[in-house]
Design a protein around this ligand. Structure first.
Ligand SMILES: Nc1nc2c(ncn2[C@@H]2O[C@H](COP(=O)(O)OP(=O)(O)OP(=O)(O)O)[C@@H](O)[C@H]2O)c(=O)[nH]1
Ligand SMILES: [Mg+2]
Length: 1098
């Protein structure tokens, strides 16, 4: 294959309708990287022989080693197509530029998928023909749906149906139809969800109009007394309600969303054997032979259509009249594919069938090179036949250019909605939105680009200042030398930790070119092993033309065009270089027009992870916060420390770089001084550590034990200790502060399960309600509110403060205050037993906790309602004529509630599902004395009520809640037993098991405690001799049904388990492990049997 030079690609970048930006998405191991190999081979970057085997875009050593993609990578490819505008016309050549992004399928790297898809206009979604729709398949399909990417479906690994499952063509056809149904069912469910939402919105609109009409009517009625009433009503109804709204909800035409082979959006392929086809290709082949028009054949090749060989007529299943014919897809398509396999790899000793092969090559009119014919290597023969007959790249690329939209078309349909959803959309400059919608490339148009992530590239791999075509002039060389030296100096200064970088670079830049050797020789040794990392923005240019040297604004995450100059001020940066992304290498560019995917240098330090850049500040759109990017909620924290304490600075610097370069990593320094990173999973952690050690920190780093989150809860167990104070009842505590000035009575109770569940699911809603509330209060207290505090988070709930475990929100729907209350009430009503106890609770809730958003509630059960009510719309009438002292003190109790729920009594982990009723708060003294002692009282009350809540908590049967992963594993019946044993040994539980017909493979769905999950994937892989890695997805917290304080009591139990039963009480073990980690008191007997030891000593 001829190598395509970058010049050609650069030329094509100008031509908007010849560009396709696509990403390849699928479940892990379904063959994305192998498939892209075939496309890369067409540009001569790798040899076609290696395509499907070397996985070129998996350029990291660990990616190759594990066979798993960990980072998305982009490559630009050239493709040309000969096309006839009419059947008789001369073919015309049309050239295309395909910017392709290969994404990882492993759940740990799902954030890479979202960043990749944001840059593209179309998606190629792969499904393994054998494994079918897997968990990540659904996720990526949803991604294409929400991002409005046009998808193409590739059913890959078709060869497995032939060689592994040994299906006949007819069986394969049945299987493929089912598979397609599965995929379409997923698409249908998205459409249905959206339609229901639309329907709801439509109803709301109608309701609004009806009530508006009613209001208008009323107004008019009162205004026009004396007029005939009847006529006015009719007029109103007609004029306002009926004419503007359609009476029936209009169904959307959803034909477009499904995958149907007859519409050419389904491709059948085998990436490893290098072939693929669409029914359209076969229609072309059979057009002449059958004498049936191509466009008709295209429609009937897939589906219940049969060919009558004699009459050459197509029959539908109705007209079969009992005859046994094979569907056309089996007869005309699959049987041919099967025949090639039979001829090359089939036969008695899997050596192929020489005669059949000759027949095939003859009828297809293809020549197999003599040396392959001689070699008799079945795989080589197979590749040779398919390479000539149905090359993968042709089917795929033709479908891509024909079916997926160009940036111009895609932006026209996607941009308006995207802009509308962006913050402050009404203030966006018309000129900018226009340029974005029409993807205007002309120089001078406003430049807008979306940077979806920062990629770190070692300096040695940058094309640097190397320039294509021609040598440098003396002046340029000198300038280059200067730049290089400056960079070198900067890098060294950075490495040596020197503060004054500017002065060093400044001094060096004055040096003449002749001195370069000297500079290098003095620092040479270090300079060669120091290979500093550069952060390049992975971006999509949406409008204008970006040129090296341009000055652009980087919009901060909370930017809104309504207040372009609000703090923090947007930074202005100079674009220092632009790169064409070519997989493992980069090519320098001097400018890039809209519609392309590009690497941008010069954004280091200005963008953290992602952001928008724009050539002007006024009316600039902020694209970064429009749609929520779905990632797997990370929950495992790991503390890191350098192997040599002296490397601490290096490590911190490395961690900062890592945080910028990886969207899914969060780095924080805990109060205890530990440096902790939060990663998406075990595999992701491994990759981060490797990157840190080898690239970002360049020092040895040790990872501590993983910190797994727990929750604490309480239940009403069957056997419980008697309440501490039987007079008060279980969970009720009455305490007096140390100064005896205040008495508090409160009661702790477990929340009904549906309520806890609801609260856990809707943490986001509570958070939003709380920030709205805060804003309202601020508005009330200050007459004139600063505009920009409005949209901000209240300071005590920062985004990252909410732990992953808290944010399992249901499909991202936003509940209003009313809806929230209503649904919370319903949840309480589900509890049958103690209905009366929970009556009116919702109205009395005064806060949620911990962090004001968690799944625990503080209920105001005092006589005079002294606390503020959280779920009230109207703040005005509240807290007015109240006893101000007691209500200030009640606020203090609310703070204690936050603290107590943040650190439960078992092991200082947050609690879940606890209701605290504040029943009384009495001042045992005069107002004035209380007033004087206010400061002291506050402290006392916090301490006392916190202790009271803890005591109330422990009056019930406490439970420790474990973080759980759900995982899906496919295993054949032979290894099923082993999989089960691994899962149960790790305290997992099988939730579901289903047979994957027509094979003997099972799909198992299991729940596994996060704490027991380390090394799980590896173990499963080893035990099942290399089955696909199970993917672990966080699935919430689940109570371990055991009281950590339980000890054997009855004689029987003591006999069975021994006096202490330490081994048996798992809950206790978990609790103690956490306590030990946190340095809390653990009751442990070091001397187990004192007497025996004494005996020994003697
Ligand atoms: N039998 C068969 N195996 C294939 C085919 N395509 C890929 N494979 C194999 O499937 C495995 C995974 O292939 P990859 O291309 O790495 O899959 P991927 O989707 O890029 O995987 P991730 O990027 O890690 O999600 C490799 O061992 C491939 O050799 C195919 O068409 N047939
Ligand atoms: Mg891959």
């Amino acid at each position: 294959m001829p190598v395509v030079g970058p010049e050609k690609l650069v030329k094509l970048q100008q031509q908007g309708d010849g560009i396709r930006n696509i990403c390849i998405l699928a479940h892990v191991d379904h063959g994305k990287t192998s498939l892209t190999d075939a496309l890369i081979a067409t540009n001569g970057i790798i040899s076609p022989k290696l395509a499907g085997k070397i996985r070129y875009l998996d350029s990291r050593a660990d990616e190759q080693l594990r066979g798993i993609t960990m980072e998305s990578s982009a490559i630009s490819l050239y493709f040309s197509l000969l096309r006839r505008s009419a059947p008789e016309a001369q073919p015309e050549q049309k050239e295309y530029l395909i910017n392709l992004i290969d994404s990882p399928g492993h759940i740990d790297f799902s954030s890479e998928v979202s960043t990749a898809s944001r840059l593209c206009d179309g998606a190629v979604v792969l499904v393994d023909a054998v494994e079918g729709v897997c968990s990540q398949t659904v996720t990526v399909l949803r991604q294409t749906w929400t991002e409005k990417l046009r998808p193409l479906l590739v059913i890959n690994k078709m060869d497995r149906l032939i060689t592994e499952w040994k299906l006949s063509p007819s069986e394969a056809y049945t299987h493929l139809s089912k598979l397609l149904e599965q995929v379409n069912a997923v698409m249908g469910s998205f459409a249905l969800g959206e339609r229901m939402e639309d329907d709801l919105r439509w109803r709301e609109r109608i309701d609004e109009r009806v009530s508006a009409a009613a209001k208008v009517k009323e107004d008019q009625d009162s205004a026009s007394e004396g007029k005939s009433r009847k006529t006015s009503v009719v007029q109103d109804d007609e004029g306002v309600v009926m004419s503007s709204a359609p009476a029936e909800y209009e169904e959307k035409d959803d034909e477009d969303i499904y995958f149907e082979p007859e519409r050419n959006n389904v491709i059948f392929s085998s990436a490893i054997d290098g072939w693929a086809f669409t029914p359209r290709q076969f229609a072309g082949l059979y057009e002449k032979k059958l004498g049936i028009k191509r466009h008709i054949l295209e429609k009937v090749l897939w589906g219940d259509y049969y060919l009558d060989q004699k009459t050459k007529r197509i029959l539908s299943s109705k007209h079969l009249k009992g005859r046994h014919l094979k569907p056309m897809f089996v007869q005309l398509v699959l049987e041919n594919i099967w025949a090639v396999y039979e001829a090359t790899t089939g036969g008695p000793n899997n050596k192929g069938d020489q005669g059949l092969l000759e027949k095939i090559t003859k009828s297809l009119n293809i020549n197999i090179p003599a040396h392959i014919m001689r070699s008799r290597d079945p795989k080589a023969l197979l590749s040779a036949v398919f390479g000539a007959w149905l090359p993968l790249s042709t089917a795929l690329l033709v479908s891509v250019v024909e079916h997926l939209p160009s940036p111009t078309t895609a932006q026209e349909s996607r941009m308006p909605a995207l802009l509308e959803q962006s913050p402050g959309s009404s203030h966006i400059d018309k000129k900018i939105s226009d340029a974005m919608v029409h993807s205007k490339q002309t120089i001078g148009e406003p430049v807008v680009a979306y940077v979806s992530k920062m990629v770190s590239i070692p300096e040695s791999e940058l094309p640097g200042n190397k320039r294509r075509g021609g040598t440098l002039t003396a002046e340029e060389a000198r300038e280059l030398g200067r730049k290089k030296r400056a960079e070198l100096a900067r890098a060294q200064a950075k490495a040596n930790g020197e503060a004054d970088v500017a002065s060093v670079t400044g001094a060096l830049s004055g040096a003449a070119i002749g001195e370069e050797a000297e500079v290098e020789s003095t620092n040479g040794a270090e300079a060669t092993n120091e290979d500093p990392e550069h952060l390049i923005g992975f971006a999509r240019l949406l409008s204008g033309t970006l040129t090296v040297g341009d000055e652009v604004y980087v919009l901060p995450p909370k930017f809104t065009p309504a207040r372009p100059h609000a703090n923090p001020q947007p930074k202005k940066v100079t674009i220092t270089a632009l790169y064409l992304l070519m997989g493992r290498s980069l090519e320098s560019l001097s400018s890039v027009p809209a519609g392309n995917v590009v690497g941008i240098a010069g954004l280091e330090g200005a963008i953290l992870k992602s952001g928008t850049i724009c050539s002007q500040l006024e009316g600039a759109p902020n694209l970064s916060s429009t749609t929520a990017i779905s990632t797997n909620a990370p929950i495992v924290r790991v503390a890191l420390e350098p192997a040599y304490p002296g490397d601490l600075d290096k490590m911190i610097r490395g961690l900062r770089l890592l945080e910028q370069a990886d969207p899914a990593v969060t780095y924080e320094q805990l109060e205890s001084g530990e440096h902790v990173i939060l990663t998406a999973g075990e595999l992701h952690l491994e990759r981060c550590l490797k990157d840190l050690r080898e690239r970002f920190a360049k020092c040895d780093i040790q990872a501590g034990e993983a910190i797994v989150p727990y929750r604490e809860g309480i239940v009403r167990a069957e056997e419980m200790n008697a309440p501490k104070d039987p007079a008060l009842g279980r969970g009720r505590v009455e305490v007096m502060t140390t100064s005896k000035l205040v008495t508090i009575r409160l009661r702790v109770r477990p929340l009904p399960e549906p309520v806890t569940e609801f609260l856990v699911k809707h943490t986001g809603a509570v958070k939003r309600l709380y920030s709205e509330r805060k804003a309202q209060e601020a508005e009330r207290s200050t007459a004139k509110v600063e505009d920009d505090t409005n949209g901000d988070q209240p300071e005590d709930i920062e985004e990252h403060d909410i732990e992953a475990g808290d944010t399992l929100e249901e499909g991202g729907q936003a509940l209003s205050m009313e809806e929230f209350k209503q649904r919370l009430k319903e949840a309480f009503e589900e509890e049958k037993g103690e209905k009366d106890d929970w009556k009116d609770v919702v109205d009395k809730i005064c806060s949620f906790g911990p962090r004001r958003v968690g799944p625990n509630i503080l209920v105001d059960a005092t006589h005079d309602a002294i606390c503020g009510r959280f779920l009230h719309d109207n703040l005005e009438n509240e807290a007015k004529d109240k006893d101000t002292h007691t209500s200030t003190l009640a606020d203090t109790v609310a703070q204690a509630f936050q603290l107590a729920t943040h650190q439960g009594p078992l092991c200082n982990e947050p609690t879940q599902g606890v209701a605290v009723f504040l029943e009384a708060l009495t001042l045992n003294t005069s107002e004035s004395e209380a007033n004087q002692n206010m400061g002291r009282l506050t402290g006392e009350i916090i301490r006392t009520s916190r202790e009271a809540i803890r005591a109330g908590f422990l009056d019930w049967s406490p439970r420790i809640l474990l973080a759980m992963y759900s995982c899906e594993i496919q295993a054949s019946s032979e290894v099923l037993g082993r999989v089960y044993s691994v899962i149960t040994r790790r305290r997992g539980r099988i939730v579901e098991e289903s047979l994957l017909e027509p094979s003997t493979n099972f799909t198992i769905l299991a729940l596994l405690p996060v704490a027991e999950s380390f090394g799980f994937s590896d173990e499963i892989r080893q035990r099942t001799s290399g089955f696909a890695a199970p993917q672990l997805v966080f699935a919430g917290f689940e109570a371990l049904d055991k009281d950590p304080f339980w000890v054997p009591r009855t004689e029987e139990e003591i006999e069975d388990l021994g006096e202490k039963a330490d081994k048996e009480n798992v809950a206790k073990r978990y609790v103690e492990a956490v306590r030990q980690r946190k340095g809390l008191f653990v009751r442990k007997k070091v001397v187990e049997n004192a007497e025996k030891q004494k005996t020994l000593k003697r």
